[in-house]
Design a protein around this ligand. Structure first.
Ligand code: UDP
Ligand code: MN
Length: 797
């Protein structure tokens, strides 16, 4: 017996030893596994970040690589956001010269991945963040100066587009859309099949989707063998997405779900190891009421058709929103739309600890169904843990349904808050009212007639996570105003402007894209944003002084925030993996308390005065000189100017050189000697007296400028006519005095070579005396060569 016990003790020791050894081995094995995945993830994210940095640096574009800029004459955000009316496309004259940008070497922060390898999740992220910080501190790259070429002056700011505006330019071919749309039409699934394949996580009505252990293993194994956690398409297909009702036991999964309205969902972080490594694949959530009716009007973003007997009604209701309100009301509030993201987007990884966002919708008299569809698209397609709240700011709407009915409807959705303004504030101050009560880390502004697409939010938040001074914008796709179909837009579009601050879209050329090795999913640096849809770090928004609260109703605020962001240290980007549809309307369905045109012009003048420095003359010179006569109308700018000083923002010249070098921005219309055809002599200014001399380029006294304010000047002295006496003198320049303006080369009229006093009632021209070396004013005669003048250099005609 004793021997047996001793024997047991002996083998117990052996067993104990084997057990301890196994545990140690297991622990070691796990640690190795974890490191290798952590490494893989870090490397993936870091590689991507480096690549984006590289692309960002390269995107200080040289215009040889750009297609001609497409511009739209009206100031409507319709053009800002899509620019669809081919009638309004203005092919511009010869683009400016190209300027190679000194390339910055790729930063070495990729080595930070090695730091993160041995660290925990947080260290991983910290390493990334640190590297971004370091990137920020690097001195700016140098870019050669933009040379200038003639640009065509735009004289007017015409009214809105006709209602029938076609959405030509940014919209992809119908065929492609159809392909996408048909993918879900033949079954009753919540999301079209292609989307389902991509969805790692799905959940609806207390449903959580749980993958089998075997599948989990597959995922983990991929993580260990592969540098990415991305499943191959084939493997993806193998994974059936199950919608088992009331399943709540999630094996190995991390429950990070929350409430979306009445639908409690469990977001199942199936890649457990990815969670540990600090990143996960973009969530392609599309939570919606089940079953989705595949035959519903407009389902899957398809074009809806007005039945014959409803045509009159549909026409009658058009003016409620200046789009097909009748059809909008027929379309489900949670309709599916095609997943228009580039293929790689669904496989991207983003950080687990992304900032949360408050989504802010401002509206005034918005159509019920479009407002609700906007809200539902956010609720249904945003990861709940990232959606802090939705703030609806009612900018003093008059429609009754937007009061009690809306309160009642939204009461079902705990995340939705409604703020009601007591008087009409306009879009800009309404947004600020929303921002003021927002609790999310990030503010996401959206128009109130949009549909957010699958996976729209995380790619935006990821950019801010990487650098809080990035201001990401989704790709703005088109919800057709006539048939409500969802149309994807062309790739590689960036927001730009031309004088006088007219927003437009500009496509990066194929050559450029090729040269820079860009993919359709890479962020695109954007000189200006369209304005309606973007995310911004909440604190950063306030550091920038938010919007200028002196901007009224609508217009110009996109320029203001764009210049402010770029010039004060930030970056604006379009994120192709984030896509939001927007209904572009031919008209604003709300009133402007003051004249619409005046309101918009005034806003622009405020922006020009604060941000454009000496280049503001280009703004005024493109049809806005009249605004200079009543400067007090644009309100007080002291605070805005102080803000710019306080933030130590860079100059507009810096912006042009570094951010938008392709813009033609000559500071004067013409300069050099002023040659008279008749006498073949040149103007000269000595002691404020105008005389006439033999032309001599070396004499500074003969050098004059013809400015965007139509002044003929030398330094700060301007040529002033005395029409009554027919005499001339040089006086201090004063942009508010129209008498100092001279017209020259304004049109193809016979007087285009003349210098016509802009102020005189009958046309009076500058004329050289035929005998003496004198100059005087005389009634204009087209054929008189003594009234014909030519500057040495012309930049704008
Ligand atoms: N808006 C507002 N107050 C205004 C004007 C506009 O709240 O005084 C809202 C409007 O309802 C919309 C957003 O601001 O949600 C942008 O306006 P709109 O869609 O008319 O601009 P567009 O897209 O046509 O440029
Ligand atoms: Mn809009």
């Amino acid at each position: 017996m004793m021997r047996f016990l001793r024997y047991l003790r002996g083998s117990g020791r052996v067993l104990g030893f084997v057990f301890v050894a196994s545990v140690i081995w297991l622990l070691l094995d796990m640690a190795v596994l974890r490191l290798s995945i952590g490494d893989a993830n870090s490397r993936l994210v870091n590689e991507r970040t480096v690549r984006e940095q590289e692309i960002a640096q390269q995107q200080v574009l040289d215009s040889s690589d750009l297609k001609p800029v497409r511009l739209f004459r009206t100031q409507k955000r319709k053009e800002r956001m899509a620019g669809q009316d081919k009638n309004n496309l203005q092919p511009e004259p010869g683009e400016g010269q190209l300027h190679a940008v000194a390339k910055k070497p790729v930063k070495l922060f990729v080595t930070d991945a090695s730091l993160s390898q041995n660290n925990t999740i947080n260290n991983d992220s910290v390493a990334l963040r640190r590297s971004v910080e370091r990137e920020r501190r690097e001195p700016e790259e140098t870019a050669s100066n933009a040379s200038v070429q003639a640009s065509k002056p735009q004289q007017d700011m015409p009214e809105k587009l006709p209602v029938q505006a076609t959405h030509k330019s940014p919209v992809k071919k119908e065929k492609q859309i159809k392909e996408l749309q048909t993918q879900g039409t033949n079954n009753g699934s919540l999301v079209k099949e292609k989307q389902i394949e991509k969805l790692p996580i799905q959940g609806a009505n207390n449903v959580s989707l749980v993958k089998k252990e075997k599948q989990m293993k597959e995922v983990h194994n991929q993580g260990t063998n592969n540098a990415s956690l991305v499943k191959k398409e084939k493997q993806n297909e193998k994974l059936p997405i199950q919608g088992a009702h009331n399943v709540s036991s999630v094996k190995k999964g991390k429950k990070i779900g929350g409430m979306v309205g009445n639908n409690s969902i469990i977001v199942h972080m199936n890649d457990t190891l990815a969670v540990k490594a600090g990143v996960h694949r973009v969530l392609s959530l599309d939570l919606t009421a089940a079953p989705r009716n595949p035959n519903a009007v407009g389902q899957f973003g398809q074009a809806a058709v007005v039945p014959r007997d409803k045509e009159v009604l549909s026409k009658q209701r058009w003016n409620e929103g200046y789009f097909n309100v009748y059809l909008s009301d027929q379309i489900p509030l949670d309709r599916a739309i095609p997943d228009t993201r580039p293929d790689t987007c669904a496989r991207n990884v983003v950080h687990n600890d992304l900032p949360s966002t408050s989504v802010i919708f401002c509206f005034v008299d918005e159509v019920w169904s479009t407002l609700l569809r906007s809200v539902h698209s956010v609720l249904n397609r945003s990861p709940p843990h990232l959606l802090k709240e939705i703030i609806l700011v009612d900018d003093f709407s008059k429609k009754a349904y937007l009061k009690g009915n809306l309160d009642k409807y939204m009461a079902k959705f705990p995340k939705v808050r409604i703020v009601r303004l007591e008087e009409r504030q306009g879009l800009i101050r309404a947004r600020m009212a929303g921002a003021a009560i927002a609790k999310g880390d990030v503010l996401t502004f959206l128009d109130s007639h949009v549909e957010c697409n699958v996976g729209w939010l995380e790619p935006l938040l990821e950019r801010i996570y990487l650098d809080r001074r990035k201001v990401p914008c989704p790709v703005i796709e088109v919800i057709n105003d006539h048939d409500m179909s969802y149309k994807l837009v062309d790739n590689f579009q960036r927001g730009i402007f031309k004088w006088p601050l007219v927003f437009g879209w500009n496509t990066l050329s194929d050559e450029y894209v090729k040269k820079k090795n860009m993919t359709v999913a890479d962020p695109i640096r954007c000189p200006v944003m369209a304005g309606g849809l973007f995310s911004i770090d909440r604190k950063y928004f306030y550091e920038l002084g938010a919007y200028d609260p002196g901007l009224e109703v609508w217009g110009g605020e996109n320029m203001e925030i764009s210049f402010k962001i770029w010039m004060c240290g930030g970056t604006i980007e379009i994120i192709p993996c984030s896509r939001v549809g927007h209904i572009f309307r031919g008209k604003n369905p709300y009133n402007f308390p003051q004249d619409r045109q005046k309101t918009v012009q005034r806003n622009f003048a405020r922006v020009a005065e604060v941000w454009l420095d000496e280049y503001k003359e280009l703004f005024y010179g493109h049809g806005y000189q009249h605004l200079l006569e009543n400067q007090h109308d644009i309100g007080n700018l002291t605070e805005q100017i102080q803000l710019r000083d306080r933030l130590k923002c860079k100059s507009f010249k810096w912006y042009l050189d570094k951010v938008y070098p392709e813009l033609e921005a000559p500071l004067v219309k013409a300069n050099g000697l002023v040659f008279n055809r008749g006498s073949r002599n040149c103007l000269s200014v000595r002691n404020r007296v105008l005389s006439f001399e033999k032309c001599d380029l070396s004499k500074q006294s003969q050098h004059l400028n013809y400015t965007w304010l139509d002044h003929i000047c030398q330094r700060d002295l301007c040529l002033e006519p005395n029409v009554i006496q027919g005499s001339l003198s040089f006086q201090p320049c004063d942009r508010t005095r129209p008498v100092l303006r001279w017209l020259h080369k304004t049109s193809k009229s016979p007087l285009s070579e003349h210098l016509i006093s802009a102020k005189s009632s009958q046309q009076v021209c500058l004329e050289a005396s035929q005998k003496a070396d004198k100059i005087h004013l005389a009634p204009c005669v087209a054929s008189n060569p003594f009234q014909q003048w030519e500057f040495t250099n012309y930049y704008s005609v």
